[in-house]
Design a protein around this ligand. Sequence first.
Ligand SMILES: [Zn+2]
Length: 209
Amino acid sequence: MTDFDLHHHISTRMTGIYNLNVGESPPNGYFSAGIHPNLMMDFSEDQFDWLKEISKHERCLAIGECGLDGLIKVDDDLQEELFVRQIELANDRNKPLLIHCVRRFSQIIHFKKIAEVPMIIHGFNKRKTIADELQKHDFYLSFGKSVLQNVNLQEFVKGFPPEKLFLETDGRNFNIELLYQKVADLKNMTLENLQLQIQQNLKIFNISH
Ligand SMILES: [Zn+2]
């Protein structure tokens, strides 16, 4: 069984979800498409038109990354407006949202109310208090390389419900098998049971082929 990589940036990788760049043609595998807050600096309506079209693609599994970022120089109102539009698009397409969030967790939780599809916070490596709040509001969390090093995060992963968990490499260059093994050890599960659980979690993507 392969180790599914929920969010990565390597277009030739076949196991997982490739984060498509705006305007890029789809890869041979699954992908997600969205307008990252970083791109909003030069946002144009053409980008949203592109997203509306590409999100109909059968291998487009999710809308994102999209979300809110408190550390970039893009106006909060513009970020929120485009985030809401992407939530509405995800609702229309019935595809989950892959969320990028930096220092805006309470706002993200607020916008969860309008989402009719699952929301996954990707690259989660924040404090337990934030994680508990997200868990309470039914978010999925996807963990990456930090779990290999961050002891507090390891402690949190131990108790995090396996049915809400995904794993990813994001832009980091490392072997995801290491992460699967680490998380299996932390959770006292066999590697096979962890893989099966994540396979099960992938049902939220309505992969039909
Ligand atoms: Zn990424």
